[in-house]
Write a protein that binds this ligand. Structure first.
Ligand code: GLV
Length: 311
């Protein structure tokens, strides 16, 4: 095999780059390399891989994204040029579902508000009406996007005794619906009947601002919004408006429309939890993500088949 030149946009942790044997040359963005010599590109999900970047690497054969979402890549353009695109599905399902549930519990039971209250010295004794929240066993969870992560969230919700409804482009199998105790409903019904709405769809042209003013208007009063998918699926300004007028009671957000920027007003709201995109951030998962991204490149050049192509 000829030497393969790999451009890694950010140094990968967990010693994962050592998986590349001597058939691979590794370059960083600020190294001296010739664009014409790069065959593989490994971006993080925060690196924009535009048409221009793709065109600037004329011998590029594979783009191996570090992350399951690949909205950062102009993948249609890459695929049209015969470039293989891979992502990291499967390995981050459980950790992301866990974090989603941390947000669901955190917002429903007002954990951060209550913690701040105590730290502020306001806890003067047990009180029957202190920090009343939403009882999960009496609540309906609406899951938008029933892929691997949506299903893992449903599995957890079932354990909490929640009523589970979902919407997805395609209905999942009857067996899965049974196992998850999840009922397929039209999008509008999900929007108007859920107590908690959790987003698990990819960001595409179709899902950009999927949750906008019209959708907020149709929601139940006091709804809770959870987003561990991608920020632009929600119109963040409208979310702020509906949090302000009380229609939305609380929100748990791990992703933002203009990451790492956050709508200023959110920072001052008691009833929202804001996290710095840590859905998959466990030692176990993050190591598996970078290992899969590296192995996609290795397998592609050694066996002509990457492990997890997007198409
Ligand atoms: C995380 O956001 C991912 O897409 O892997």
């Amino acid at each position: 095999m000829e030497k393969v030149n790999v451009l890694i946009l950010h140094k990968l942790p967990f010693n994962s780059e050592s998986l590349f044997d001597k058939q691979f040359n590794i370059f960083r963005y600020d190294d001296n390399f010739k664009n014409e010599e790069i065959q593989a590109l490994i971006p993080l999900l925060t690196d924009e891989v535009s048409k221009e970047l793709i065109d600037s690497l004329p011998d590029l054969k594979i783009i191996s994204n570090v992350g399951v979402g690949y909205n950062n890549i102009d993948y249609e353009y890459a695929l049209s040029k015969g470039i293989v695109v891979t992502n990291t599905p499967g390995v981050l399902t459980e950790s992301t579902a866990d974090l989603t549930f941390a947000l669901i519990l955190g917002v429903a039971r007002r954990i951060l508000e209550a913690d701040r209250f105590l730290r502020d010295g306001k806890f003067k004794g047990w009180d029957l009406t202190l920090f009343l929240g939403l009882e999960l066993s009496q609540a309906t969870l609406g899951i938008i996007g029933m892929g691997r992560i949506g299903q893992a969230v449903a599995r957890r919700a079932k354990g909490f005794g929640m009523k589970i409804i979902y919407h997805n482009r395609k209905r999942v199998s009857e067996d899965s619906e049974k196992e998850l105790s999840a009922k397929y409903v039209p999008f509008d019904e999900l929007i108007s009947t859920s107590d908690i709405i959790s987003l698990h769809c990819p960001l595409t042209k179709e899902t950009h601002h999927l949750i906008d003013k019209n959708e907020f208007l149709k929601m139940k009063d006091g709804v809770i919004i959870i987003n561990t998918a991608r920020g632009p699926v929600i119109n963040e300004k409208e979310l702020v408006n509906f949090l302000k007028n009380g229609k939305v009671k609380g929100a748990g957000l791990d992703v933002f429309e203009r990451e790492p920027e956050v709508e200023g007003d959110l920072l001052h709201m008691e009833n929202v939890i804001l996290l710095p995109h840590i859905g998959s951030a466990t030692h176990y998962t993050r190591k598996r993500i970078v290992t899969l991204a590296v192995n996609n490149v290795i397998e592609f050049f050694k066996n002509e088949r990457p492990l997890t192509p997007i198409k």
